[in-house]
Design a protein around this ligand. Sequence first.
Ligand code: AMP
Ligand code: MG
Length: 329
Amino acid sequence: MLVLGIESTAHTFGAAVLNLKGEILSDVRDVFTTVEGGMIPKLVARHHEQIADTVIKKALADAKANHIDLVVYSRGPGMSPCLRIGLAKAKEYAQAFKCDIIGAHHPMAHLTSGLLFTAAQDPVMLYLSGANTQIIALEAGKYRVFGETEDVGLGNALDKFARALGLGFPGGPKIEQLALQGKWTELPYTVKGMDVAFSGIITRVTQLANKGVSKEDLCYSLQEVFFSMITEVTERAMAHLRKKEVLLIGGVAANKRLCAMLEIMCKARGAKFFAVPMQYAGDNAAMIAWQGLLEYHAGRRETTLDIYPFERCDDIDVIWETAKAPLSK
Ligand code: AMP
Ligand code: MG
């Protein structure tokens, strides 16, 4: 059985082909970037529309797939104009291959592909992407959110500061580079119970940048504060849930300083730290194909083909028995 996944929630338009063994036969992506400024949904959607067929055809060719048994699209959450392009393309290719089509929840795909790509069994999952910051664990049949951001996602907060510095999108990697040359300057720290808040800190670093404090020092201090906040709530979730593993997923997982802090915390607790491989940390279609396959294999069929820009992972019933490969047939 061959599955074609299509990802289009935000900056990345991707297509990938995967089989029941969880083997990725192809994975093609084209990412919207800017030199200055951020993501304007209409412009991102135009980018996706222009490159969609090239990306999908390359994924089919790379996989040497002349038939497809299931098409999976990323149904949300995400930017509506971008989600619509993914759905339209999924319908078009499902019709061409005369096969079924199913929608996958994008954050759930990050979670279950994290289990596919690592040896983690029952971790506290730390989902840190552009738009999302959540501490999640599987408890009583659902992936439940134990802590989250009260305002913007961690990646978007970094991107916002990078934009203020005129660094372009995505900002996270640029901040990570500048931070290597920086030293500590005092910043606020906002943990509220199990939740975190980033916006006020971004306002403060932007004020300090306008007053002439060095970019390097601000990037260093911003990373130290943000990642300490995240590490603190993750540790508390582990203590409450009595879990002995952490799995880091989402684009911010590419950050080496963040991984180092989480490693230190895990080591001190006798726990194991896993991060999704760099290549699959950000948005990709292989994870969408895997999530769709898990649900299809567990018997779910799509009744309404639609987009869901605001759906949360705790809305979804976990009907699949395992997220580990291989699936039986
Ligand atoms: P995603 O939405 O999961 O594709 O992740 C994209 C987000 O990850 C963007 O906000 C990026 O700025 C952020 N990101 C990517 N690489 C890094 C990095 N090395 N350090 C921090 N953030 C990063
Ligand atoms: Mg994502």
